[in-house]
Design a protein around this ligand. Structure first.
Ligand SMILES: Nc1ncnc2c1ncn2[C@@H]1O[C@H](COP(=O)(O)OP(=O)(O)OP(=O)(O)O)[C@@H](O)[C@H]1O
Ligand SMILES: O=P(O)(O)O[C@H]1[C@H](OP(=O)(O)O)[C@@H](OP(=O)(O)O)[C@@H](O)[C@@H](O)[C@@H]1OP(=O)(O)O
Length: 379
């Protein structure tokens, strides 16, 4: 129902951004630079994002800062063939579905020198809660971080009980698939076995994951290439042992989208994880996943219930970077690091910036999707 309006808004944004470089058109939003640079020195970063992500991340402050540093951000029109748009010096994306993947493959075949961040196959691993945490297992021995025990179940009824194996209550039931839908964030905290009956309302298949008491504090680490920024957030409170035995209380309770809660007052003095540790985990995950743009949620087991181990419970592709302090300069730095030495249109000579046909002749070195995939394989 809302789609036509959203598409209209997206097209309007394309128009606004592109307008900066066209003489005689109103320039909006106004870049903050005191010395406007000539149009030909701009790099173009194409972004393919859902409208909600565009409005949260592609804010005027980001657009203006990037423009000051000669990077213009242009929305990809996903309803039109990608190969007919541009020219782009770099593409970033968070879109779901096969049609989009096919578009990217076709684009990279024609423009192998344009980096695409990130490779779809690498992103796919984060769209399944069973595979998303596999990368952590490779880290745990050296870095000292683990994942809670979990199993995948196809339905949630008492017949599934054998698959629970050695899992200990409380458990969190999470939909296996992460596809950007509201349902993929609907969860249930299950205190005891009879609570499993209440899971039929969730979208199967599910992951049943051990709940780890962690003092109600969650660390969200935003990764942008080689940079990692850790922030703390409120989380689910600890579950006391007597709650698990109290048959007069609900056997399970639903919750959703709680990872953006402010920190509870009691947790305000909570220690942040050491910066060196955060960097090491982020670097290890970035290599293991072959991704540049993601965040991960980490908790620290409460000492009264365990021995203070760190656990990673969730990894998200292209998160809401605007919630990270200083995201505008971090994102712009990242774009500049990923961009090739010369803008594509400058490689083709003056006046060729909008000439799509000419650009198809661009013989640049192969660092598109294949480069990102091969970085991943080497990592
Ligand atoms: N194993 C766990 N132990 C303790 N708390 C957990 C565990 N798993 C999840 N939580 C709590 O539930 C919240 C939501 O879980 P999770 O991050 O897996 O869901 P999500 O919908 O993918 O979140 P996001 O909105 O960050 O994408 C977490 O932020 C945390 O507060
Ligand atoms: O909504 P925001 O922009 O804040 O970003 C959230 C993002 O939503 P969107 O990509 O659909 O917009 C979520 O993605 P899906 O799992 O639903 O695909 C997931 O990555 C959250 O962890 C992000 O919140 P953050 O972790 O940064 O707090």
């Amino acid at each position: 129902m809302h789609k036509p309006r959203q598409q209209h808004e997206q097209h309007r944004l394309v128009g606004q951004v592109a307008a900066w470089c066209l003489p005689g058109l109103i320039m909006a939003p106004e870049p903050q630079s005191s010395s406007p640079r000539p149009c030909h020195s701009y790099y173009t970063v194409g972004y393919a994002l859902l409208p909600s992500k565009v409005s949260s991340v592609v804010q005027p402050s980001l657009v203006a800062l990037a423009a000051e540093r000669e990077v213009r951000l242009v929305a990809v029109d996903v309803t039109r063939p990608l190969a007919e748009q541009g020219p782009f010096d770099l593409l970033v994306h968070k879109m779901y579905g096969r049609a989009w993947r096919a578009q990217l493959e076709e684009f990279s075949a024609v423009h192998p020198s344009v980096p695409v961040v990130d490779a779809p196959a690498a992103i796919d691993r984060l769209l399944d809660r069973a595979t998303m945490l596999n990368a952590v297992s490779g880290l745990s021995a050296s870095v000292g971080v683990g994942v809670p025990r979990q199993v995948v179940v196809n339905g949630a009824d008492p017949n599934d009980l054998p698959v629970l194996g050695a899992l200990r209550f409380p458990l969190i039931a999470k939909p296996l698939a992460v596809d950007g839908s509201a349902e993929s964030h609907e969860m249930r905290l299950v205190y005891r076995r009879d609570g499993l009956r209440g899971l039929r309302g969730l979208r199967a298949p599910l992951v049943l994951q051990e709940f780890v008491n962690h003092g109600g504090v969650l660390y969200k680490i935003y990764v942008l290439g080689d940079r990692a920024t850790c922030v703390s957030r409120g989380s689910l409170p600890d579950v006391p042992q007597n709650r698990l035995l109290d048959v007069d209380t609900e056997p399970s309770v639903p919750f959703a989208n709680i990872s953006n809660q402010p920190l509870p007052d009691a947790a305000n003095g909570a220690d942040m994880p050491p910066a060196g540790f955060v960097d090491e985990v982020a670097r290890g995950l970035r290599r293991a996943l072959g991704l540049h743009l993601f965040n991960f949620d980490m908790i620290r087991e409460s000492e009264e219930h365990g021995c203070g181990r760190y656990f990673i419970i969730d990894i998200n592709y292209f998160p809401g970077y605007a919630k990270m302090p200083g995201y505008e300069s971090a994102l712009t730095d990242f774009f500049l690091e990923m961009l090739p030495a010369t803008p594509v249109h400058a490689q083709l000579g003056p006046g060729s910036g909008l000439d799509i046909e000419a650009r198809k002749l661009d013989p640049g070195p192969g660092i598109g999707l294949r480069k990102v995939e091969s970085d991943r394989a080497q990592a």
